[in-house]
Design a protein around this ligand. Structure first.
Ligand code: ATP
Length: 299
């Protein structure tokens, strides 16, 4: 288990992370979210033992994270930073021997992963000859080749085409099944909703929301109703409990305060003609994120 307890980080007088705590069990995927500058990278660096926290503790299976633990960690950084003149195999050997692996084992695992990611032909190609997406595949492989206990994925899907996104998703789910502890950071809320059991949202280093995704959605209370009917937007906006109405080319998306308002919307809609859709939905994580971050900035 990864335990982050009361982490605080000051850069000089500037408070970058303020009393952050969370824990992640084996086989769980945890979302670390926040707008730019919220403190995510600082948190990652502290977890990996690359940066000293001002206060608080980080332990992996009860042990403090220091150089003895770094072989247990994998990190896919947001910056794509591979040495351009090295071949894929040379790079794999370079990075993985640092993690304590033997050359034979590195090549065997590299072959397996290159096959899985359908890029076997690049094994002896130089990094500078690879496309952006393929570089990212190599970087991902290098972050998991040593089978880390803890894997940190910072924006793993940025710049990938939909086929490669699926490939990465499949691999992340495989790692989860193999009981890897995974931290995922992404600005694409759809990916967080797809993978994460629990999450935290940071604003200027402060935790503004934390918990299990399901509970977060229940607590948010707002719901959306998707409607197709012969009705004017203004009429919908006047209904008690309606927060906003969006008109898309296909339908109305009506945001309501809570469950009690469903009845009133239904009453109005049911009196109209050509009602072909009335669907009540949970709010998206994107709506929750925008709302919570917005509230925090207003304070
Ligand atoms: P992004 O999504 O843009 O990568 P982030 O959430 O990773 O942002 P951090 O890089 O952790 O945010 O930065 C948090 C805050 O700390 C920012 O305001 C940043 O300017 C500041 N900061 C980061 N590194 C340093 C440093 N070495 N010295 C001073 N301030 C720093």
């Amino acid at each position: 288990m990864l335990e982050v307890k009361n982490i605080t980080k000051y850069y000089g007088n500037f408070l970058a992370v303020d009393d952050l705590s969370f824990e992640i069990k084996e086989g769980e995927i945890f979302g670390l979210l926040g707008v730019n500058g919220a403190g995510k990278t600082t948190t990652f660096r502290i977890i990996m033992g690359l940066l000293e926290q001002t206060k608080g503790t980080v332990t992996l299976d009860g042990k403090k994270i220091d150089y003895s633990q770094t072989d247990n960690i994998g990190f896919l950084t947001e910056e794509r930073s591979l040495l351009p003149n090295k071949t894929v195999l040379e790079l794999a050997i370079f990075y993985s021997t640092l993690k304590g692996m033997k050359e034979k084992e590195i090549e065997k695992r590299l072959d397996e992963y290159l096959k899985r990611f359908k890029i076997e032909e690049y094994k002896n190609k130089k990094i500078k000859e690879l496309s952006k997406g393929n570089c990212q595949k190599i970087q991902f492989i290098l972050s998991i080749i040593h089978k880390p206990k803890l894997l940190i994925l910072d924006e793993p899907f940025s710049g990938l085409d939909p086929i490669n996104v699926e490939m990465f998703k499949e691999e992340i789910l495989r790692l989860k099944k193999e009981k890897t502890i995974i931290i995922l950071s992404s600005h694409q809320m759809g990916h967080i909703e797809y993978f994460c059991d629990s999450l935290v949202i940071l604003v200027k280093g402060k935790t503004v929301l934390k918990g299990k995704l399901k509970q977060i959605k229940e607590d948010f209370r707002r719901k959306n109703i998707r409607v197709i009917a012969n009705i004017e937007k203004e009429e919908l906006e006047k209904i008690n409990g309606v927060i906003s109405v969006d008109k898309t080319p296909e339908e109305y998306v009506i945001s309501i305060e809570n469950n009690e308002n469903i009845k009133e919307v239904f009453k109005t809609i049911s009196q109209k003609e050509n009602v072909t859709k009335f669907v009540v939905e949970e709010p998206s994580l994107n709506e929750i994120f925008v709302s919570k971050v917005g509230e925090a900035y207003e304070k």
